[in-house]
Structures are given as structure tokens and as C-alpha cells.
Design a protein. Structure first.
Length: 403
């Protein structure tokens, strides 16, 4: 939905299982239109499209792409952001730490992301009279899963592949006139886990003088233009569940990014689990959220500060002694309209804080609800159909922004 001031609100289609292009295409026709028509029948509606590598390759065929563009125009839909985080299978089988592979050490991640950028440039709508052109965003993995990294050479490889991608985006913009930006998505237990880590790495390897020199060599830009291109084309996707799980301060982390010149190309509007008290009832209820498909990282705040666990079973196994003085945040995306999931709660208050900031002055032009865990969400919290739940989430965000 177009919210005014160049801001767009949608949801991520990764909530709908589908790895092949025919499955993705069917999901758009079946679900996206149903969600749109619950909120604003017949109105223009933006799509947050998730494309696996397999689907992206199929959509790259000229005839397939032309058919999809015609469908979008006919149905008054437009694509402005892509989820390029999961490369392969994302539903119905074990995903866990494989979701980060191939990571940014691997040239295959670069190849896949270049293809996504090309597709998005072809799908971005022409601006209406008097309107500015819509920029595109592609969210991606935060470098790599932290335990998988081997040292400085791995970090250098990730940085160089990202700079090669920015060079691709520079050439794409010169050829098509479309600005597409890559948005690294910090996530617990990953190379980029906190906002402070992101700010430090951008300053050192992605936005600094050496990075500008490398981009200039790759793209043919002069030094000043290369430095600007890095800021235009490379920033962050701020996932609100991830940030809340890390006990970030909403206003402070956004201010840190602004002061560092790192653009928030996309905000993923999502909420996780919050256990302010680790009592027996809460811990027993939490076991229902331990599914075999996704990682559910845990961050504990207690007398020793923050302690992090790669997945829920490890956190539960490590729990010893007096737990009453600790709080847990769990990376399990839950519907954002739920503040309470008895006997614990959600991180909805963090979402409200960021949306209040967005209401006063846009944090990002791209807002995307992302509750991909619908299929593994415990039954008591899954009332109604997925289309009803997504429409309710989008309506909740719209109401918060209008408050």
C-alpha cells in the first residue's frame, strides 16, 4: 500500500510455501490479491516478493517475465522489494542454519543476488505523473552464520563480494535508470548480529575509503561518485524482531545508523517472544515453539549481561539455578497484533516504538510485515486463515501509523 511521503507497506510472501516459479506465481494470485481485497479492494498494492534461486532463474526467462509484468499491471499490483535471504527451500523441511547458505563468502550468493537485482529493476513500476521513481530493495543474509566463519579471510571475501554486487547495481542503474539497493539484515548469532557490529563493519570495510577505491576500480566511477554509490546501494534491513531479541534500544539504534550514514532500505515489521520471567509455566509453554524447521535463537539478559544461544534447545539445556532474575527474548516471529501469548508476551512494544518514530519522520520508505512462521506457529495462536492473519497485521500497522 502507498502510505504517502513515498512510503510503501506490504508483507513478505515468504509466509506462503513455494520454491518454484509456478508456485510463487500461484501464491501471488491466490493470496496477495485476497489480502489486498480485504484491506483496500481493487486499490494499488505493493508486493514483498520472496524468490528462491530456482524461482528467480525461471522468472528471468523473457516470456515468463513479460507475462508476470502484464499480470501485475492488470491487477494493479507492483513489486518494490524482494526477499533475497533464503536461497533454497524455506518451508516443510529442516532449514535451521542452512538458511544462510550460500553466504556472502560464496560467489554463488553474489550471482543469485545480481539476478534478483536485475529482476527487481525490470519489475519496478513506472512512476505516476508528478511522483518520484520508486527505489527497489533486496534484503539479504547478514554476511554469514557466525559459527561458520573461519577468520579474517572469510570476512574479506564477504566484503569484496558485496562490493562486486554494488558495482553490478551501479551498472544496472546506468543501464535502466532504476536504483536498487541491497539491505543486509542483522540477525542473532550471525556475523552482523547487533547494530553496533553493523556500524563498525560498514565503517571499516563497506563505506570507508578503501571500499570506495575498490568500487571505483570495479565500476569506473571516480572516488567521490563511488563513495556516494556505496551509501546509495548498500545499507541495512532492520528486522524489528531481531533487534528486539538483541535488546536494542529503538531510538538509539536508528540514530546510530543515521549518524553513520547507513540507510535503512527496509524495515521488516515483526515481533518475537518475550519471557520477562522464566517460571515453570512459561518454560513449559515455550517448548511448543521448538520446531524442527527454523532456528530460534535466544538472547538472555541477566546478572552477567547478555548471553546468546544459537537455538531454543541449547538455551533450555543451559538453564540452571535461579532463573527469576533473567529475561529471555526468542527469535520466533509471531503475529504482530499479539501482545500477549499467555503465559508470556511478545516484543510488540518495540514494534510500536519504531512505528511511532516512523510516524514522526520516516525511518524507511519500505515497510514489510514478515511473519513467515505461520506453518509452525502453535495452533492456539493461529486463528483464522493465513490471508485473514496477514490482512489483520497490515491493518494493525496502518492503524499504528495513523495514531
Amino acid at each position: 500500500m502507498k502510505l504517502g511521503n513515498g512510503v510503501h507497506l506490504t508483507y513478505c510472501s515468504n509466509i506462503h510455501p513455494g520454491e518454484s516459479w509456478p508456485e510463487v506465481r500461484s501464491n501471488v494470485e491466490r493470496h496477495v490479491l485476497a489480502v489486498r481485497d480485504r484491506l483496500a479492494p481493487g486499490a494499488e498494492f505493493g508486493i514483498g516478493l520472496r524468490l528462491s534461486a530456482r524461482a528467480a532463474e525461471a522468472l528471468s526467462a523473457p516470456a515468463v517475465l513479460a507475462e508476470f509484468r502484464a499480470f501485475l499491471a492488470r491487477e494493479r499490483l507492483y513489486v518494490f522489494t524482494l526477499n533475497g535471504f533464503p536461497y533454497g527451500t524455506f518451508h516443510g523441511q529442516r532449514v535451521k542454519e542452512a538458511v544462510y547458505l550460500p553466504d556472502w563468502r560464496d560467489p554463488e550468493r553474489l550471482r543469485y543476488t545480481n539476478r534478483l537485482a536485475d529482476l527487481l529493476a525490470a519489475l519496478l513500476p513506472e512512476p505516476a505523473a508528478g511522483e518520484a521513481a520508486i527505489e527497489g530493495s533486496v534484503s539479504t543474509v547478514p554476511g554469514a552464520f557466525k559459527p561458520a566463519l573461519g577468520g579474517a579471510n572469510d570476512v574479506a571475501a564477504m566484503a569484496d563480494h558485496l562490493l562486486q554486487h554494488v558495482a553490478h547495481l551501479v551498472r544496472l542503474r546506468a543501464r535502466t535508470g532504476r536504483l536498487v539497493a541491497l539491505a543486509l539484515e542483522p540477525e542473532p548469532h550471525c556475523f552482523l548480529e547487533t547494530i553496533a557490529e553493523a556500524v563498525a563493519w560498514f565503517a571499516r570495510d563497506l563505506h570507508g575509503p578503501a571500499a570506495a577505491q575498490r568500487l571505483a576500480a570495479l565500476s569506473g566511477l571516480d572516488a567521490a561518485a563511488a563513495a556516494q554509490a556505496l551509501h546509495d546501494h548498500l545499507g541495512l534491513c532492520l528486522d524489528l524482531c531481531h533487534a528486539a531479541v538483541e535488546f536494542e534500544d529503538a531510538a538509539a539504534c536508528i540514530r546510530q545508523l543515521e549518524e553513520a550514514g547507513i540507510r535503512i532500505h527496509k524495515v521488516q515489521v515483526s515481533a518475537g517472544l518475550r519471557l520477562p520471567t522464566l517460571d515453570a509455566a512459561a518454560l513449559e509453554a515455550l517448548r511448543r515453539f521448538d520446531d524442527p524447521v527454523y532456528l530460534h535463537q535466544v538472547v538472555q539478559r541477566g546478572p552477567q549481561g547478555l548471553q546468546r544461544y544459537a537455538d531454543l534447545p541449547q538455551a533450555l539445556a543451559a538453564l540452571t539455578g535461579e532463573a527469576g532474575d533473567r529475561e529471555w527474548r526468542v527469535h520466533f516471529h509471531v503475529p504482530i497484533f499479539l501482545d500477549r501469548l499467555a503465559p508470556f508476551g511478545s516484543t510488540q512494544s518495540f514494534v510500536r516504538e519504531v512505528l511511532a518514530l516512523q510516524r514522526r519522520q520516516p525511518v524507511s520508505a519500505h515497510l514489510e510485515v514478515e511473519t513467515y512462521t505461520w506453518d509452525v506457529l502453535p495452533e492456539p495462536f493461529r486463528s483464522g486463515s493465513v490471508d485473514e492473519a496477514v490482512a489483520r497485521e497490515l491493518a494493525w500497522v496502518r492503524a499504528e501509523l495513523q495514531a
